[in-house]
Design a protein around this ligand. Sequence first.
Ligand code: ZN
Length: 613
Amino acid sequence: MMFAAALLAAALSGGPITLVVDASQAPTQNIVRTHEVIPAKPGALTLYYPQWIPGEHSPAGPIQNLAELVITADGKRLQWHRDPANLFAFKLDVPQGASSITADFTYLGATFGNYSSNRLSTPNIFVIDWNQNVLYPSYGTNDDTQFDPTLILPGSDWKFATALYDAKRTGNTVTWSTTSLGRLLDSPLDACVNFRSWNIWSEQGSSPGTASLNVCADTPEELDATDKTIGHYRALVKEMIAMYGARHWRNYHFLLTLSDVMPGEGVEHHESSDDGEGGDYLIDSKALERGGDLLSHEFNHSWDGKYRMPDGLVRSNPNEPYDDSLLWVYEGMTQYYGDVMSYRDGIRDAKNWPDHIAAVYANYDNEQGRDWRSLGDTATSGPFLYGAPRGYYSERRGVDFYAEGELMWLLADAIIRDRTHGASSLDTFAREFFGQHDTGPVTVSYTRADVIAGLNKVAPYDWAAFFHRWVDDIAVHPPAGFEEDGWKLVYTDTPSHDVQKDNFVYSLGFTPGRGAAATVGDVHFGSPAWKAGLGIGERLIAVNGRDYSGDLLYDAVKEAQRSHKPIELLVEKDEMFRTISIPYYDGPRYPHLERVKGAADHLSEVVKPLRKE
Ligand SMILES: [Zn+2]
């Protein structure tokens, strides 16, 4: 049926769209030019610029950056006008006798917002997200709009990686086989001068496949990863396959940019992920540990997100709005497995896992916004929370369905372990719900009821009530699965692996930025700093009469506990100075998990490797 429909659409539209994306000026002038030849019939036609971007969960298509749009038929320029009710739609009339139109436009690589619109190029790297460089006609869908893509590289020394099929390179020009709109948008491309690729997994036999780590860096030194570092990623692929038991990709491409200029990134795709980290990521073990869940998170989405997708995200084209209300599964469980896998693959040390959970729990437990907004509402509000300001974050709440979602799935794991006496865990559900059997990159949708039914198959429980409590209702505290797992939360005056010394959220109630002229990023309503009148955007100049530093403030908090004298902060905003006095005497506070004596330790079980070497 699908093939018949596709053939019909192709016949109606007159074959694939020619798409030529010229990136030769990307590294120098930060622009990309697009030329399209679109088969068309006389009459009214609408061209769409993709608005709802897969993996970004929001209407983040960078329409601001589309410029120089010229549309012609038979060499004559056609007038177009933007639909005032849909700003991503361009309306025009195809004249009698025309069998195609051409569309030319320029993508201005101006940076704004999140994700792909804040990264295009550095002198030695560029990233192509095809949604930025394509218009598609109104008669098409993700499946039946076909493109013959071509990319023009800046020079012969440029290399590239992408999950698009059948690349053929002649000089600086690369072509791929005919590709559907959905697949095109799902297959970003990294290109660069300093390139290295590692094959990290392969399988022959009935279900052959490979996984490769493709790295683009600003400088050659940033590519000097050790075998040990690459070994973690080899382990990652094995761990994922050991847990899921099946895969939905044939040749998976990790596309990783390493740059101190280009912002970081993490966007998932079926057979690739668009990842970005700092220049020292693969050569500094601390940087690798800090971003240790990036590749595992995005890789996990190939199963949870791309193969199994909430029905509210399955759309026939990129201009149909999303319903993000199940992102606590899509992102929440991926946040959980992204972190869990970073311990199982060895990038992170399992001994720090309890501190990680303590940090996540304490963060959300101290978020006042949970008194008015449910976790479920943060998911539904995703389209505007992704771009929300950081100021008063704790009162607004952010995209909490990621990390508070992680806590909820940790509790679900504890319940499954308990009810099956250790025979099953959340891994069992993951395998049955997201693994299933080997397929290519296809999508199977699910509903909330399907998730509940799937969990009940693994461990009978009132999962409907569980999600009502933790997703729909106002929950005063976040889920504390670590308690079922034999641990308890305590606050001490010792910073932890995951909560550094200069984090004063759990004592004074605010977060300063880093550095000498630290700016207050958030003040928690009701905290000692709040009651003393501290506001966001104020710069911390001095503490008790001395030049501000995080260490000095830590010492001052300790001293106040002993002396019972208020802490004096000199702050500046808009060239106005004032002194704030905080009467806080409870000393420094940092969250940790402690073992409960006599209780079995299930928390450590969660991060034990599954693979057999
Ligand atoms: Zn994600």
